[in-house]
Design a protein around this ligand. Structure first.
Ligand code: SF4
Length: 363
């Protein structure tokens, strides 16, 4: 099997790590090129016009994986109330219509998550024994956790660094080093080394950055191509970004701990209850709850990211202004028509508003 995967942020690092530990054997991992405008063009060309951006981008990734010889494709399947339910079938049909005879392996992210990931790993694991699979998973998770820990540190430094761009450079080097690390110990040491480098970055001692929380649909929140590097752009504007959602958290809970009955969103759902009492699909319920929680925690603002026409986030967008917990919210809707300068202009205006509001509240 030559197994192709779509991209979502640094998820490929986890796939690479699994393959590193399980061995290539008769199966081979095909990582498509990093998501680019070509990927988007392919996705837009072959998707139904009304499909959401994650559908188009991941379809572009899968086509690029087929061009590199993938004969098996992995993709997420959901059974919620949004369109995720028909993603796989539709992408499978499109890929076959394009003449690629690829088989689809699906990862159920709605109901049978744990069983689904275990059977998927077992299928592509070259018949490796379970202890080896568990050790490979541990290694891959360690990489994901380390990458997310680095991201948290980088968000803090970006906002106050004196030489703009230094933290991004360290981040790029760290991702490469973590992805190349061969052992758990090496991953931990790499993290320490790059956190030290971040500590040494000259910072503005008087810096008092505005704090913004990013919420919304998981794919656009986690994928820098999809969200046009919004966190980096906010860092350039001197904003400290925080987000609850991360790949490691998503994998840890949705694929493992949810299975044991642990609900990582319990407090967030409780906070959303006065305004939205049920799951509306995707991450809409969590977006509403997070807005309430962030307002209580004293954040300066919330940036709500969503793919254009994403039903769960449209519901959230319409409920957010009516909560009694008052905090400015900027909703950014992404599609293939959107251009980065337009987003930056809106961010600049929003950050000015947050600074003005903070000055007024401190008087
Ligand atoms: S949550 Fe939104 S963007 Fe994601 S699949 Fe559902 S409709 Fe599409």
């Amino acid at each position: 099997m030559r197994v192709g995967i779509p991209h979502c942020g640094n998820a490929y690092v986890m796939a690479e790590a699994l393959v590193q530990k399980l061995g290539n054997g008769k199966n081979e991992l095909i990582i498509p090129p990093p998501t680019s405008h070509r990927t988007l063009d392919l996705g837009v060309k072959y998707s139904p016009v009304e499909a959401c951006l994650p559908f188009k981008l991941t379809l572009g990734n899968l086509i690029e994986a087929c061009e590199l010889g993938a004969d098996t494709l992995v993709h997420a399947r959901g059974t919620g109330v949004c369109r995720l339910g028909y993603y796989v079938k539709e992408q499978e049909q499109i890929v076959h219509d394009l003449g690629y005879d690829a088989r689809f392996l699906t990862l159920d992210v709605s109901q049978n998550k744990f069983r689904s990931i275990m059977s998927l790993i077992k299928e592509v694991a070259n018949d490796a024994p379970w202890p080896q699979i568990i050790s490979a998973l541990y290694f891959a998770m360690e990489k994901l956790f380390t990458l997310d820990k680095m991201e948290k540190a980088i968000h803090r430094v970006r906002a106050v660094e004196l030489e703009k761009g230094r933290a991004n450079q360290i981040h790029r080097e760290a991702v490469k080093a973590i992805s190349e690390a061969k052992m758990v110990g090496q991953v931990k040491n790499t993290a320490k080394e790059y956190i030290r480098k971040l500590d040494q970055v000259p910072k503005d001692p008087t810096g008092d950055p505005v704090k913004v929380s990013i919420v919304g649909e998981v794919f656009v929140v986690l994928d820098p191509f999809a969200n046009m590097d919004i966190e980096m752009e906010l860092g350039k504007l001197g904003v400290e970004v925080e987000r609850t959602m991360s790949l490691s958290r998503w994998v840890k809970y949705r694929l493992f701990l949810n299975y044991l009955g642990v609900n990582e969103w319990k407090e967030v759902h409780k906070a959303a209850m006065p305004y939205l009492k049920r799951n509306v699909g995707g991450d809409g319920w969590e977006s509403v709850g997070e807005k309430v929680v962030r307002a209580r925690e004293g954040y300066d603002g919330v940036i709500h990211l969503a793919p254009f026409t994403c039903m769960p986030e449209i519901v959230a967008q319409n409920i957010m202004p009516s909560t009694k917990e008052d905090i400015p919210v900027l909703t950014v809707l992404y599609d293939e028509q959107m251009a980065r300068p337009g987003m930056i202009t809106r961010l600049e205006a929003f950050v000015d508003l947050l600074k003005f509001r903070r000055r007024r509240m401190r008087k």
